[in-house]
Design a protein around this ligand. Structure first.
Ligand SMILES: Cc1cc2nc3c(=O)[nH]c(=O)nc-3n(C[C@H](O)[C@H](O)[C@H](O)COP(=O)(O)O)c2cc1C
Length: 384
């Protein structure tokens, strides 16, 4: 029986040759002085172009949202030019690629920011239990500075400008990073958002940044080119959500009418987000499990078969298996990645993981005539 992961997907706004997405993976190899992606990024992403959809590593919309050394931006013309090479290479290889828009909020450090700036956050709540990676090694977090209302509004505009740059750079769409304890989830969570202005104070206040960023980005590039990633109940980066069901039901209900490309849910905590939110979301749903082991093919197949997601994203497996769909299709063994070569560095551990077969894109007749060859048409808004 054909794996549901290998079947084409024909959704409201996305037509994909398979249901395997490459999850966003920070590789920290950009030129740290310019924020321009590494010259090999085009090779790395093109090698993975048989994914139904590639979502890039997180990319900052403002340098104050930069996590640490080697994280790329999408603000300057040089950065746009660097990403244009990536999108050209992926498209030439038949792939579809969205850029992930990522502001880290308090998850950075003055050593990572220009002029030793203090990290921004909804409220001045410091990370206590973890250390943060900088060019000088791992150090204690500092107390972030609570953003003014005007700074929050300026950040929404930064996301919209980044989305515009992404389309200029040839991306097929953008994914707003609302997950994993970064800026947007810091606004969503009760323990990190103690604001009393319209961006805090109540459930409606806490979801407002996520809603307004998505609305602004959608107004800029069209809702059919916009996805949102969330990780309800995620404890990472000292997030503690008291009422994930209430928060995320309200968020999803606010965003569903916009007609977005997709919602990307990382299921991690006790709250069964996929089962709870799937019935409330009428567009494409991408699932992901962020457990101690990489999401397995079987877990993803079961979730799709159960109707919990339309597409599943794989992160760690894509690091060492550039041709993951081919390996799933043929049963070829899965390679493991070298942990020390994930972040930073050069070609090693980046573009030197071989394909299982010399003919990577040759996925058999199941894929011939698929939308991969008519990418632009695939992303045209489809009648709903
Ligand atoms: C090295 C690495 C880098 C990651 N970078 C990002 C990122 O930039 N943005 C993001 O949303 N998630 C990021 N993640 C989370 C992954 O997208 C994914 O949710 C996680 O790896 C779980 O999926 P998996 O079990 O298939 O690996 C990263 C994970 C890893 C292992």
């Amino acid at each position: 029986m054909t794996s549901p992961l290998l079947l084409p997907y024909d959704g409201p706004h996305l037509r994909l040759p398979n249901r395997i997405a490459m999850a966003p993976l920070t590789r920290a190899r950009a030129d740290d002085a310019t924020g321009v992606p590494h010259p090999l990024a085009k090779v790395y992403y093109a090698q993975r172009a048989t994914a139904g959809l590639i979502i890039t590593e997180g990319i900052w919309p403002n340098i104050l949202g930069k996590a640490g050394p080697g994280i790329p931006g999408l603000v300057t013309d040089a950065q746009v030019a660097g990403w244009s090479e990536v999108t050209e290479a992926v498209h030439a290889a038949g792939g579809t690629i969205f850029a992930q828009l990522w502001h880290v909020g308090r998850m950075t450090h003055p050593l990572n920011l220009p002029g030793g700036a203090t990290p921004l956050a909804p409220s001045a709540v410091r990370i206590e239990s973890e250390r943060i990676y900088t060019a000088e090694g791992r150090v204690e977090h500092v107390t972030p500075r609570a953003m003014t209302t005007a700074e929050v509004e300026a950040t929404i505009a930064d996301f919209a400008a980044e989305a515009r740059n992404a389309i200029r750079a040839g991306f097929d769409g953008v994914e707003v990073h609302g997950a994993n304890g970064y800026l947007i989830q810091q606004f969503l969570a009760e323990n990190t958002n103690r604001r009393t202005d319209r961006f805090g104070g109540s459930r409606e206040g806490r979801i407002r940044l996520a809603v307004e960023v998505v609305e602004a980005v959608a107004a800029e590039v069209g809702p059919e080119r916009v996805g949102l990633r969330i990780s309800p109940d995620n404890p990472e980066n000292e997030i503690a959500e008291q009422d994930p069901q209430g928060t995320y039901r309200a968020l999803v209900d606010a965003l569903d009418p916009l007609g977005l490309a997709y919602l990307h849910i990382i299921e991690r905590g006790a709250y069964e987000a996929l089962a709870d939110l799937r019935p409330r979301w009428s567009s494409t749903l991408i699932g992901n499990f962020n457990g101690p082991e990489p999401t397995s093919r079987r877990a993803a197949e079961e979730a799709i078969a159960a109707g919990l997601a339309d597409v599943f994203s794989f992160g760690r497996l894509f690091i060492a298996n550039p041709d993951l769909p081919h390996r799933f299709a043929t049963g070829a063994p899965l390679a493991s990645y070298v942990p020390g070569l994930v972040h930073g560095g050069d070609a090693a551990g980046y573009v030197d993981y071989p394909a299982a077969s010399a003919e990577v894109p040759s996925l058999g007749s199941r894929f011939s005539g698929s939308t991969i060859t008519s990418r632009t048409a695939d992303l045209r808004p489809q009648p709903r």
